[in-house]
Ligand binder design. Structure first.
Ligand code: GLU
Length: 489
C-alpha cells in the first residue's frame, strides 16, 4: 500500500503548525538495543526528510524499570548517532513535560474526560476479585477479559467509594461487537474483532497511566503525525484507535516496523547478551557506521548504494520501502561497514578515535612511533578494540617461533643467506626510516636473487615470531633497529 505522508496542518496546544512530527519514546532502562535504535533512526529520517520535528519522550510509567542516568544516556546515544533532537526533556518545546512521570495530572484529566463522556469508568475491583475472574477464564481456557462489572455501578456507589478513598483504576469501555480497523503504512488494513478487546486499564491505582493510554494522549498533545514503532504494537493499535475516536482526535499515520532478530534468530535482549549500541560503541564501532548498517536492516533503498552520510540518508529514505519481515543482525556485515568508515577517517580523526583502544604501554616510545604504529593498521581494522591484539608483536620482549615455522626456516638453503644479508644491510642504516628499510629489502633481493615468500616470510618469522603482519618495512621499522638485529643474529 502506498500512502503519501500526511503533511498538513496540525494543532499543537492550540497553535497550528504545518509539520511532520515523529517521536522516539524509549523507556529509561539504561540499555538501548540496536532494534530500538533502528526504530529511532527510521523516526528521525521520516521527520527530517519532510523538514519536520523529531521529539524525544521518556516513557517511565513503569517506575520499576527506571534506571538513574538513563535519560542522559539516551541523549548521549542519539547525539553520538548524529540526531538533532528538536524537543525533549533537556530542550523542551511547547509540549512539555517530555517525561511521562511528570505528566500524571495530564493523564488523569484526560482519563476523567473519558469517564465524563461514558467512554471509560472507575473500577474498584480488588486483586482477589480479579484473581477469581482470571481463574474462571483459565478454567474455561479463555483469555482473561475483565467482565465489566464496575461499568454497571450506580453513580451513588461510585461517589461513595471515591469519598471513602477506595482504591480504583480507570478502565476504557470497549465495544463488545463489531470490528475496529487499523491502517498501517507497511502492513495495510488490519481488522480486529472488538470482542477480543479487554476493557483495558488507562489509569492505574497509583495514578500512573498505562503505556496504552499515555502513548495516545501524548502523541496527540505533542502533535505527532507519524507513529513509528515496533510491530509488536500493531495488534494493540485497535485499542489506541478506539481511544482517538473516544476523544474525537485525529489519528496519526502508523508505521509499524518488523523486528530485528539476534544472530541466533531470537529476539534481541540484554538477557541474551545481545550487544547494545553502547557495547558496540565501546568496542570501537563508529556511530556513523552503526547507523548506516542499521538503516539497511529492514529498509531497502532504490539504488544499490550502501554507504550513506546522514544527509544522503535523509534524502534517500523512503518509508514505503520499509520491509514487512524481520531482519537479522549480522555482525560480519556491521564489521564490513565499520572497516569502511574507519578507512575513510582522515589520519588525525583516526588517531583520536583509535588511541584510547591501545592499552599497551607506549610511555617509553615517541609519539611518532606510536602514531605510525596505529596508522599502519588503519586499513585493516574492523573495530577499535581489535588494535590491541594486532599490535602485540611490537610489545613482546620474547618471541616464540612455532615448530611449524622453525621447520619452515630450515626448509630452504637460501634462508640463512637471506637472513644474514638482511642483518648486514640493516646494520648499515644510520637513518632508521621506513624508506631506507624498504631500500634494504631491494638490496637483499638483488644480492641473494630470491623473491616472494622466501624474501619476506623468514624475515617476518625471525623478527616477530609470526608469519603475518603489516608491510614488512613498517614492521621492521616499528620493531626497531636494535631488536631486529638481535633477533636476526
Ligand atoms: N516505550 C515504548 C517502547 O520502548 C515505546 C513504543 C512506542 O514507540 O510507542 O517500546
Amino acid at each position: 500500500m502506498k500512502k503519501t505522508l500526511f503533511y498538513g496542518k496540525i494543532s499543537i496546544q492550540g497553535r497550528d503548525v504545518m509539520k511532520v512530527r515523529t517521536r522516539f519514546a524509549p523507556s529509561p532502562t539504561g540499555f538501548m538495543h540496536i532494534g530500538n535504535l533502528r526504530t529511532a533512526i527510521f523516526e528521525y529520517l521520516v521527520a527530517k526528510k519532510y523538514n519536520g520535528d523529531f521529539l524525544l519522550r521518556i516513557e517511565d510509567t513503569d517506575q520499576n524499570r527506571k534506571v538513574d542516568g538513563a535519560i542522559e544516556f539516551i541523549y548521549k546515544t542519539l547525539e553520538l548517532c548524529g540526531f538533532q533532537i528538536d524537543e525533549g526533556p533537556f530542550n523542551e518545546g511547547d509540549c512539555g513535560p517530555y517525561i511521562q512521570s511528570e505528566r500524571k495530572d495530564i493523564y488523569k484529566k484526560y482519563a476523567l474526560e473519558l469517564v465524563e463522556k461514558g467512554e471509560a469508568y472507575y473500577c474498584f475491583c480488588t486483586e482477589s476479585e480479579l484473581e477469581a475472574m482470571r481463574e474462571h477464564a483459565a478454567a474455561r481456557k479463555k483469555p482473561f477479559l475483565y467482565d465489566g462489572r464496575c461499568s454497571k455501578l450506580s453513580k451513588e456507589k461510585i461517589a461513595e467509594n471515591l469519598k471513602n478513598g477506595v482504591p480504583y483504576v480507570i478502565r476504557q469501555k470497549m465495544p463488545k461487537t463489531g470490528t475496529t480497523i487499523v491502517e498501517d503504512l507497511i502492513y495495510g488494513k488490519i481488522k480486529i474483532d472488538n470482542s477480543i478487546l479487554d476493557d483495558q486499564i488507562l489509569l492505574k491505582s497509583d495514578g500512573f497511566p498505562t503505556y496504552n493510554f499515555a502513548n495516545v494522549v501524548d502523541d496527540h498533545l505533542m502533535g505527532i503525525t507519524h507513529v513509528i514503532r515496533g510491530k509488536e504494537y500493531l495488534d494493540q493499535t485497535a485499542k489506541y484507535n478506539l481511544l482517538y475516536e473516544a476523544f474525537g482526535w485525529e489519528k496519526p499515520t502508523y508505521i509499524h516496523v518488523a523486528m530485528v532478530l539476534g544472530e541466533d534468530g531470537n529476539k534481541l535482549s540484554k538477557r541474551n547478551g545481545d550487544a547494545s549500541f553502547m557495547d558496540l560503541y565501546e568496542e570501537g564501532y563508529l556511530p556513523e557506521a552503526i547507523v548506516n548498517y542499521l538503516v539497511l536492516l529492514g529498509w531497502s533503498p532504490e539504488t544499490n548504494q550502501e554507504v550513506y552520510t546522514m544527509d544522503e540518508l535523509i534524502k534517500a529514505f523512503n518509508e514505503n520501502r520499509i520491509s514487512k519481515s524481520s531482519s537479522q543482525y549480522d555482525v560480519k556485515k556491521l564489521k564490513w561497514f565499520n572497516a569502511k568508515y574507519i578507512k575513510a577517517l582522515d589520519d588525525e580523526k583516526y588517531l583520536e578515535f583509535i588511541r584510547p583502544f591501545l592499552t599497551h604501554d607506549v610511555s617509553d616510545k615517541s609519539q611518532e612511533w606510536a602514531d605510525k604504529l596505529l596508522l599502519i593498521y588503519k586499513d585493516h581494522l574492523s573495530y577499535g578494540k581489535e588494535i590491541d591484539e594486532m599490535v602485540n608483536i611490537f610489545f613482546n620482549d620474547e618471541i616464540n617461533i612455532s615448530a611449524e615455522n622453525k621447520a619452515f626456516l630450515e626448509s630452504d638453503a637460501n634462508i640463512p643467506i637471506v637472513i644474514d644479508t638482511y642483518r648486514e644491510e640493516l646494520a648499515k642504516i644510520t637513518d632508521w626510516t621506513v624508506e631506507n628499510i624498504a631500500k634494504v629489502i631491494d638490496i637483499v633481493k638483488e644480492k641473494t636473487g630470491v623473491k616472494g615468500k622466501i624474501l619476506y616470510m623468514p624475515m617476518r618469522i625471525k623478527i616477530s615470531g609470526v608469519e603475518h603482519g603489516p608491510e614488512l618495512p613498517d614492521e621492521i621499522y616499528l620493531i626497531g633497529k636494535e631488536k631486529v638485529i638481535a633477533r636476526l643474529s
